[in-house]
Design a protein around this ligand. Structure first.
Ligand code: NAD
Length: 498
């Protein structure tokens, strides 16, 4: 059995804590590896390596730091098939979808190839008599990232690319459910020319996370995962004097106005609701048709498409979606479907009990559709994180707008309409971070920033885009005057520009 350890100081090292977790193939339920769960001492070893390597890396000129990422992007493309297969084998998503996961991370690496420009400071000549003032952006030192299972390539790259490009060293604590791709990314970073110790990958669970959150040498922590853990990580990191950005769960709505192109809306819902088996933080899990006629047309068109979803293992290159990630996830999603039935929602397509011949022990759940879901139901309030779409019927636009506005989460939302006024009003009034107008999964590209509002995000700065450069650097402002500009005598009054 393959034993997955850590990557510290540029080398693979075996775990020493004696604690492990199983890594299964979600399509078959078979255990395919074990992953070591780090102790406080192992986190400490990674931090020591990072701390020792960081000053030299920070002093490396930004063009040279950028060149590592130019090379890394080349290596990602060269190894794309191998990486995507490795990812699918542990996560369960289709290989094409895994490529999307990798490419969305690769794009952040492309963005940070511009670090010489992105990290430039500001300069004011003559801010006072013979005084110049300038601000520089220095790396925070050692940063850490804690990532979820659902994007094991993209989210680690969201974090380590800007952090490292800015001159920091980095400790990545990936999800223990699919740890192989993050380790492979670290190997490729070394191959691209990154000095040893700048990117360390330490596998683990809560014990490793707590060791990161209390380590005095880690200056900043980036987290992506479920809301309860995001809230915990944010609070604990802040209490320990660290900068933190923590992104949580979601319940993304799609409003379908009566004038929407129904075929486009239905296709968008299929991809956004069932792609990656609904295990995306930007998946659409609630459809809100406006008016009874819109709702009836929507459900009528959705049903045959959901019933004909092709569900298969990652080796089936025609599959639309794969299994859920673990047995626990499988049980949880099935339990929530049961709950929806108990609560009185109308189960129009039932994905429970879906079995794939030859893969009977896989964690597959079929595409599921609930109609007549009400805002007070648990299946509406909870993030299901599976292939389950809920239809909440709204009488009019205001009632539809009110639903995502009042929901606990605020990650993404979409409106399907041909009416520019309605779309503009919606984008302006909604209290959600990422808005799609006739775009179902409005994940901003690498040069804009990604982040939700409300319980989907804790902290001030978003992932990637210029926010990430701000997050991974500290501003230092220098006020300089040379002796020829200094008047004789002491000044006792607060200097002003009066
Ligand atoms: P999770 O919260 O279970 O795990 C995330 C990370 O936290 C993992 O590295 C895990 O090891 C660690 N962790 C788990 N329990 C912990 C604990 N008690 N104390 C400290 N650390 C702990 O999330 P997941 O199931 O891996 O991922 C799915 C969740 O992530 C969903 O809620 C999804 O919406 C969310 N997500 C959000 C975004 C976003 O950008 N907002 C993106 C992707 C996923």
């Amino acid at each position: 059995m393959r034993e997955i350890g850590h990557f510290i100081g540029g080398k693979h090292v075996a775990g020493t804590s004696g604690r492990i977790s199983k890594v299964c193939n979600p399509a078959t339920g078979e255990m395919q590896a074990t992953v070591a769960l780090a102790s406080v001492e192992e986190i400490r070893a990674a931090v020591e390596n990072a701390k020792a390597a960081q000053p030299k890396w920070a002093a490396t000129n930004p063009q040279r730091r950028a060149r590592v990422f130019f090379k890394f992007v080349e290596l990602l493309n060269k190894n794309m098939d191998e990486l995507a297969t490795l990812l699918s084998k542990e996560h369960g998503k289709t290989v094409e979808d895994s490529k999307g996961d990798i490419v969305r991370g690769l794009e952040v690496c492309e963005f940070v190839c511009g670090i010489p420009h992105l990290q430039k400071g500001e300069f004011t000549e003559g801010a006072g008599p013979a005084i110049d003032m300038y601000s520089i952006r220095q790396p925070v030192g050692v940063g850490a990232g804690i990532t979820p299972f659902n994007f094991p390539a993209m989210i680690p790259m969201w974090m380590f690319a800007p952090a490292i490009a800015c001159g920091n060293a980095f400790i990545l604590k990936p999800s223990e459910r699919d740890p192989s791709v993050p380790l492979r990314l670290a190997e490729l970073m070394i191959e691209a020319g990154l000095p040893a110790g700048i990117l360390n990958v330490v596998n683990g669970d809560k014990a490793a996370v707590d060791a990161i959150l209390t380590d005095p040498d880690i200056a900043a922590v980036s987290f992506v995962g479920s809301t309860p853990i995001a809230r915990y990580v944010y609070g604990t990191a802040a209490m320990n004097g660290k900068r933190a950005q923590c992104f949580g769960g979601a319940k993304n709505h799609m409003i379908i106005m009566p004038d929407a192109d129904m075929d486009q809306a239905v296709n968008a819902l299929m991809g956004a609701g069932y792609g990656s088996a609904g295990e995306r933080c930007m998946a659409v899990s609630v459809a809100v048709p406006v008016g009874e006629d819109t709702a009836n047309r929507l459900v009528e068109k959705l049903v045959p498409k959901i019933e004909s979803l092709r569900i298969g293992p990652y080796t089936d290159d025609k599959a639309d979606m794969g299994p859920l990630v673990t047995k626990d996830a499988y049980n949880r999603v099935n339990g929530l479907i049961d709950r929806g039935v108990e609560e009185g929602a109308k189960l129009v397509v039932d994905g429970r009990g879906f079995k794939l011949q030859g893969y009977e022990d896989g964690y597959f759940v079929g595409g599921t559709l609930f109609d007549h879901v009400k805002p007070e139901m648990d299946i509406y309030k909870t993030e299901i994180f599976g292939p389950v779409l809920s239809v909440v019927r709204a009488k009019n636009y205001e009632e539809a707008l009110d639903l995502p506005m009042k929901h606990e989460y605020g990650n993404g939302v979409a409106i399907y309409t041909r009416d520019g006024d309605a779309a503009r009003d919606f984008a302006s009034r909604i209290n959600i971070g990422m808005i799609g107008v006739n775009v179902p999964i409005p994940v901003p590209l690498a040069y804009h920033s990604f982040g939700g509002w409300k319980a989907s995000s804790f902290g001030d700065l978003n992932q990637h885009g210029t926010d990430s450069i701000k997050f991974w650097t500290r501003t230092k402002t220098i006020t300089a005057r040379w002796p020829s500009g200094i008047k004789d005598g002491a000044e006792f009054v607060m200097p002003t520009m009066k």
